[in-house]
Design a protein. Structure first.
Length: 318
């Protein structure tokens, strides 16, 4: 065999061997397999899907920048752990070690990049002592002036942040503990240790002409721990260190006041479910060990007979 024949034979066998190596490799790659050099075997690959807010972040995988910006997918990754770094001009970087599994997608789609220089907008021109923003009215804010004499409503949605005076001077109480809106969003409730104030907003004043000066306050019998709106917006449920009481607003809390329950716990904790008019509260009861224990109770204020739910509570507490 001459040299030319040997060369042709070598090329032929080289092509055959290459065919049996390259073609299967190409087919495996097309089906999502890749040679894992650490284990020296073909392994089904996985991918990482990355989405950020805001979009357009650079992605670095194991220190190497990928082509494109978020949202993007890093594909053909053999199983293992990868260092991911995200960078965007003007934002703090984000980094994490991310695991990739065979044949699966790892989702990084809840990433928020925060600005290094956030936008801060002053919304008032009066010194603030305290403020409230409510989920049902996020376009408005309410704050008490630093001199504790005025309550303002401010439009957070407008550029000029227009302010409206809601109550002032003697209508406010010092050291306000809590502040809340009625379900109809037309009345405000706030209180300190012993006094609970009701302020009527806007056209609601017209509906209460029988109330002197519209706004009024109630002096509770004991220290007020909690106060909640009843679902009709016409009654207030008050928890003190002595009792649980319900006040009727149309009588300024002077008439038709009901002391639902006397409390043994002078520091009762309470929470109110407005949808079901259910009050959850703590109270003390004496156990079989002759010691006082704090229990959690449920008071259903929507039952037809007030005597039935009072009796149920008393029966459960004995």
């Amino acid at each position: 065999m001459d040299k030319e024949q040997k060369l042709r034979a070598l090329l032929f066998y080289t092509c055959v061997i290459s065919f049996f190596i390259i073609v299967p490799s190409a087919l495996l790659y097309s089906f999502g397999y890749k040679l894992d050099f650490k284990k020296f075997r073909f392994t089904k690959t996985g991918l990482i899907f990355i989405k950020t807010v805001p979009e357009g972040a650079k992605v670095f995988l194991e220190g190497r920048q990928l082509v494109g910006s978020t949202p993007l997918s890093a594909e053909g990754l053999t199983p293992g752990s990868y260092r991911v770094l995200l960078e965007s001009e003007g934002y703090y970087p984000w980094k994490r070690a991310v695991s990739v599994w065979s044949g699966e997608t790892t989702y990084l789609d809840t990433i928020v990049l925060f600005p290094k220089k956030p936008f801060v907008d002053k919304v008032n021109n009066v010194d603030v002592a305290n403020f409230w923003v409510f989920p049902h009215d996020q376009d408005s804010g309410y704050f008490i002036s630093d001199d504790k004499k005025s309550l303002y409503k401010i439009n957070l949605a407008s550029k000029d942040h227009e302010m409206t005076l809601v109550a002032e001077s003697s209508e406010l109480v010092p050291a306000i503990h809590d502040f809340s809106f009625s379900p109809d969003k037309r009345k405000i409730l706030f209180f300190n240790d012993t006094r609970l104030d009701i302020v009527f907003c806007g056209t609601e004043r017209i509906m209460y002409q029988d109330i002197a000066n519209n706004n009024f306050y109630i002096l509770a019998d004991g220290r007020i721990w909690s106060a909640f709106w009843y679902s009709d917006g016409e009654h207030v449920v008050v928890v003190t260190d002595k009792t649980i009481s319900i006040y009727e607003l149309s009588s300024q809390g002077r008439n038709n006041t009901i002391s639902i329950l006397k409390l043994r716990d002078s520091r009762s904790k309470a929470s109110y479910d407005l949808d079901g008019d259910i009050l959850y509260f703590t109270d003390l009861q004496k156990g079989t060990d002759d010691r006082w224990h704090r229990g959690l109770y449920r008071l259903d204020l929507r039952k037809r007979s007030p005597f039935s739910f009072i009796k149920n509570i008393q029966d459960n507490r004995t």
